[in-house]
Design a protein around this ligand. Structure first.
Ligand code: ZN
Ligand code: ZN
Length: 127
């Protein structure tokens, strides 16, 4: 009885290792090619509109500051939601941007869309 159980578990572990190896290989090949949007955590495939967001707005002294590569659609949502002043003051990191109530809803929503999903961001939305 225990003998059979051991064989069974060995096979399960073997299977798992096999799957993990395959996944690692897959990631290795694709990792460098596809950047990931830090906001919605989807990949940014080539050809999909994308842009650099200055965590500290250029007008507020962030010209040479840190930037993040994001989907154009995610980028548009940031600027539709927050003013340059708010961005500079509070929402100047990936964490605070993701914690914003309207933005976090948007990133959750867009995360379920395909990576090449494009839609016009509504100009005004009731919160
Ligand atoms: Zn921006
Ligand atoms: Zn995104």
């Amino acid at each position: 009885m225990t003998f059979i159980a051991i064989i069974y578990y060995e096979r399960v572990i073997c299977n798992l290792k096999y799957k993990l190896n395959l996944k690692e290989e897959f990631l290795d090949k694709n990792d460098k090619l596809l950047p990931v949007c830090p906001l919605c955590l989807r990949e940014i495939p080539p050809g999909v509109p994308q842009s650099l967001h200055h965590l500290i707005p250029k007008l507020k002294g962030g010209k040479n500051g840190p930037t993040i590569l994001v989907h154009h659609i995610c980028h548009k949502e940031i600027h539709a939601t927050l003013t340059e002043g708010e961005l500079a003051k509070k929402f100047n990191s990936i964490e605070t941007l993701k914690a914003h109530p309207r933005l976090s809803k948007f990133f959750d929503w867009v995360a379920k869309r395909p990576a090449n999903f494009l839609s016009k961001v509504p100009k005004k939305r009731k919160t």
